[in-house]
Each structure stands twice: as C-alpha cells, then as structure tokens.
Ligand binder design. Structure first.
Ligand code: MF3
Ligand code: CO
Ligand code: CO
Length: 286
C-alpha cells in the first residue's frame, strides 16, 4: 500500500508514445536512481543553437589568448571580451547576472573564480589566470574557461595548471551515457589527489544551454554511481577548480564575488560545455 513514488521526474507527455530511451530512463527511475527531468534533454535544434554559441565563445577565448600579456589590466581583458561578443551579435552572460558587473571573470593566482576585472589589477610575469566567459547567442548559452600563464611561472604553479586541465579531460572521459555524474567527480578527485592537490567543494559544474545554471549539479569530487543519471541529450559543464593547498575557500567581503583559497595558495580551473551523446561527451566549446 501507499504509492508515494509516483511523482516521477521523467514524465512522458500524455499522448506521446514512449521511446526506447524513455523506457530505459523510466527503468532506472523505478530502481531509485536520480534521473533528470525529461525537459533537460535538449532537442537537435537547441543543440545546434548551443553549438553556434560555443563557436563564438571559443573565438573569444582564442582572442584573449592572443592578446593577454604582462602589463595589461584585467579590465582590458573584459573590454576584449565585451567588444568581440557584441560585434558578433551575442551577449556576455555574466554582465548583470545576479548583479555581477562585468562581461567575464578573471581569476589570478589564489583567486579560485569570479574575480572581477579591474583597471587596477595588472598582470605580471609568473601569474596564472583563469578567464571564464559565458556567451549567449540567440538565447543559447555556452560556458568555458581556460588558464593562461603570463610568461614563465614556477614549476609548481605550471604543474597545477597542467593537472587542472588533465582533471577536466579525465572527468570528460569518465562521463558515460547511463553512468552517473558522480563518476566524473570521482575521477577528477583521484587525479588531483595523485599530485597532492585538492578539489574545491563549494562550487560545481552545471547544466547549461537554455539557462546559465541548470540541473544537473556536477560535483568535482565524490563517489562513483552517485548523483544524477547521465542521459544522451543533456548539456552541462565540467569545471574543476584545483588548489595547491586546502580545498577550502572564502568570498572576499569587499566585493561579495571573488572566491579565494583559504590558505591563499594558487588555484587553477578549466571549463567546457559538453553534450552527452550515445557514446560519451562531445565538447561544444572548441
Ligand atoms: N561562468 C561561471 C560558471 O562557470 C559563472 C560566473 S557567474 C558570475 O558557472 F556572475 F560570477 F559571473
Ligand atoms: Co560554468
Ligand atoms: Co564558466
């Protein structure tokens, strides 16, 4: 008695014949798996829209890569991003997002993420900086970030940048259709720990595409087989933040945005927007 589990997340609209995919996901849900809402599955048209947004997003980060140099301010990076975005008929997603004031996030050294570009912040030799850019084109969101090394940095900081990139690649490889989001975080965490680095726990990857931040929540640590079921047609980011010291972070009370490592040791992050296909992840931001 007592059917409490009939509020299903995966709901096939009335009058629609369930597909093989529907049946497969419903079987997972019946066995107690956390499945996505059916509305998280992007249509081919939506995927094309996100892909086009991704092309602009990639061009922006390529351009930043060409222009970034010691002696420039992070505000100049913001201007490059803003100008290119607008000139290509797109919108910088962060500008005005929950009150965020700029078109890109620029996070140097011990800044983990959400650093606000400023005329007073000048890049110097040896800095490592994450440039995180989200683009809206025709209503479709693409979100990616890269690290840039200003000139030559220390071997330790270079290792952190490289391992953070490998964490993204390893997380990508761990994501399989009808696997779970936790498989991604588990692979990332193991790789970071191999080098004595830690993984930030307070911020995660996210569904993206028709909104900036959507389900699923993509933790960059955790256990295999936990979290949401990965279903072909889902679009989400993986964006591991890897720290040289503690995983703990705080938010700078001066601006309410800048996330900084608690021990003020460096942090590195790479991000792509991905589509789950029948065989694995496809990158939509390169
Ligand atoms: N691009 C970031 C992400 O990867 C979000 C930045 S939101 C902002 O999810 F408001 F801080 F810009
Ligand atoms: Co993101
Ligand atoms: Co981002």
């Amino acid at each position: 008695m007592g059917m409490f589990n009939n509020r299903k997340r995966w709901r096939v609209p009335a009058g629609v014949e369930p597909t093989e995919l529907d049946k497969k996901v419903m079987a997972f849900e019946s066995r107690g798996a956390l499945v996505p809402k059916r509305s998280l599955i992007r249509t081919p048209e939506e995927i094309e829209g996100i892909r086009k947004s991704g092309v602009i997003n990639t061009a922006i980060l390529d351009l930043v890569g060409e222009k970034i140099h010691a002696g420039m301010s992070t505000l100049e990076i913001d201007e490059i991003v803003h100008t290119y975005t607008i000139e290509h008929g797109a919108i910088p997603a962060t500008l005005g997002y929950e009150g965020y004031p700029k078109s890109v996030c620029t996070s140097i050294n011990e800044v983990v993420c959400h650093g606000i570009p400023s005329a007073k912040e000048i890049l110097k030799e040896g800095d490592i900086i994450n440039v995180d850019c989200t683009t809206i084109l025709d209503g479709y969101y693409a979100d990616a970030s890269r690290m840039f090394v200003i000139g030559k940095t220390t071997p330790q900081k270079q290792k952190l940048v490289d391992v953070a990139k490998e964490c993204l690649e390893i997380g990508m490889a761990a994501a399989k259709p009808f696997g779970f989001v936790g498989d991604i975080g588990n692979a990332i965490q193991q790789h970071a720990h191999k080098y004595g680095f830690s993984v930030v726990r307070d911020l995660c990857g996210h569904g993206v595409g028709i909104k900036f931040h959507d389900d699923p929540e993509v933790l960059h640590y955790g256990k295999k087989g936990t979290g949401m079921l990965l279903v072909p047609g889902m679009v989400f980011t993986i964006e591991p933040m890897v720290n040289m010291g503690t995983w703990k972070v705080f938010i700078d009370s001066a601006d309410g945005w800048t996330v900084i490592t608690e021990d003020e040791l460096p942090s590195a992050q790479w991000e792509h927007t991905f589509l789950m296909t029948e065989t694995g992840l496809e990158i939509l931001t390169h």
